[in-house]
Design a protein around this ligand. Structure first.
Ligand code: KG4
Ligand code: ZN
Length: 343
């Protein structure tokens, strides 16, 4: 049984590699972020991302092996994100993983990026028995590209329940940050500015689903922020960020609205599905207000909540190697025809 896996992740704007033993013990986790390359554009530019992955992939894999103190000879299987993501970015990681698996004659595992984010919330548990107690659960995945709820009955059995009707939560943070003159990625910057603002200063609208299936929507909040800073005249120019008098209050009230939507919709879905635990994952799971509000409102309703440490909320390859171990154990290996898929 293969124990020592190399994980590779290149689905969006992080080039990452990690060495993980037994799906749980992280020997190394190296992440090269492209954020500074995309900052000037206010979001990820696919062509720039693909080229940067190509430059970074081999140095990042070497660094992960070196930090783990293992030779390539010791690696028993390679796990790689094969979907979903930017196709030109995914292909870089998938090609590297296939080459390594072929050259070393070791198994190859294709990993679903979202399922790996969910796994990240339980991989820091000390053993399989403890993490087994987390299932069945409701999983909320909130990142720059996704905001969705899943029912997970094990590490590798995850079913989609509902997602955003428009923007992803992280995308809304990034767009509001841009409006407020804050750098990309917007989540950490908005959250920092929000610390000095009043979350009750402005009442931005909260979307609630009503037809039984859970769903999110953030475009209404985003538009309300735009009208708040620009006024009701749709033809007026967007003001310079420095001239917005209540920027911190806007940041705090926006963050409060997004968090309220995420928490309420998730807890309602958990209750409706009869699930005792909520796992939260993805870049937005770093958000301090989300962590606090989710914990306290879940506790009131007798629901357990688990978040990964912040380093394993954002994109990383430890979660890929970690989930790869469970897929390998279930016999779900890929062959050299493994394809990258944007969906
Ligand atoms: O999971 P991730 O690294 O990449 C994707 O798969 O999208 O998530 C990145 C997203 C960005 O939109 C970023 O603004 C958001 O996560 N984010 C945050 C925080 N830290 C990162 N959003 C709110 N609060 C934060 N502290
Ligand atoms: Zn992600």
């Amino acid at each position: 049984m293969s124990e020592l896996l190399l994980g590779i992740e290149s689905s969006c704007d992080e080039t990452a590699a990690a060495v993980v033993r037994g799906g749980r013990t992280i020997l190394s986790s190296v992440v090269h972020s492209q954020a500074s390359l995309h900052a000037a554009h206010g979001g990820v530019v696919p062509e720039i991302a693909g080229r940067s992955h190509l430059e970074q992939i081999l140095p990042v894999i070497d660094a992960a092996l070196a930090q783990a103190g293992v030779d390539l000879d010791a690696i028993e299987a390679v796990a790689v994100t094969s979907r979903p993501g930017l196709i030109g970015s995914l292909l870089v990681g998938v090609s590297a993983a296939k080459t390594l698996a072929w050259a070393r004659g070791i198994p190859l595992v294709g990993v679903h990026h979202i399922e790996a984010h969910v796994y990240a919330a339980t991989m820091e548990q000390e053993d399989d028995r403890r993490s087994g107690e987390d299932y069945p659960c409701l999983a909320l995945v909130v990142s720059g590209g996704h905001s969705a709820l899943y029912r997970a009955t094990s590490e590798i059995r995850i079913e989609f329940l509902g997602g955003t009707l428009d923007d992803a939560a992280g995308e809304a943070f990034d767009k509001v940050a841009h409006l407020l003159g804050l750098p990309y990625p917007g989540g950490p910057a908005v959250s920092k500015l929000a610390e000095s603002g009043n979350p009750r200063a402005i009442r931005f609208p909260r979307y609630r689903s009503d037809d039984g299936a859970p769903a999110f929507s953030f475009s209404g909040i985003k538009t309300a922020v735009l009208y708040h800073v620009r006024g009701q005249d749709a033809l007026a120019p967007t003001p310079a960020p420095e001239s917005i008098p209540d920027r911190a209050d806007v940041a705090a009230s926006f963050e409060a609205a997004v968090v309220d939507v995420l928490v309420e919709e998730s807890l309602r879905a958990a209750e409706r599905e009869g699930l005792p635990t909520v796992l939260v994952a993805g870049g937005v799971a770093c958000n301090r207000r989300l962590r606090q509000v989710m914990r306290s409102r879940a506790e009131e309703r007798g629901i357990r909540v688990r978040f990964p440490s912040p380093a394993y909320c954002t994109d990383n390859a430890a979660m890929i190697a970690g989930l790869g171990f469970h897929l390998l154990r279930a016999g779900r290996t890929a062959n050299l025809e493994l394809d990258a898929s944007p969906r």
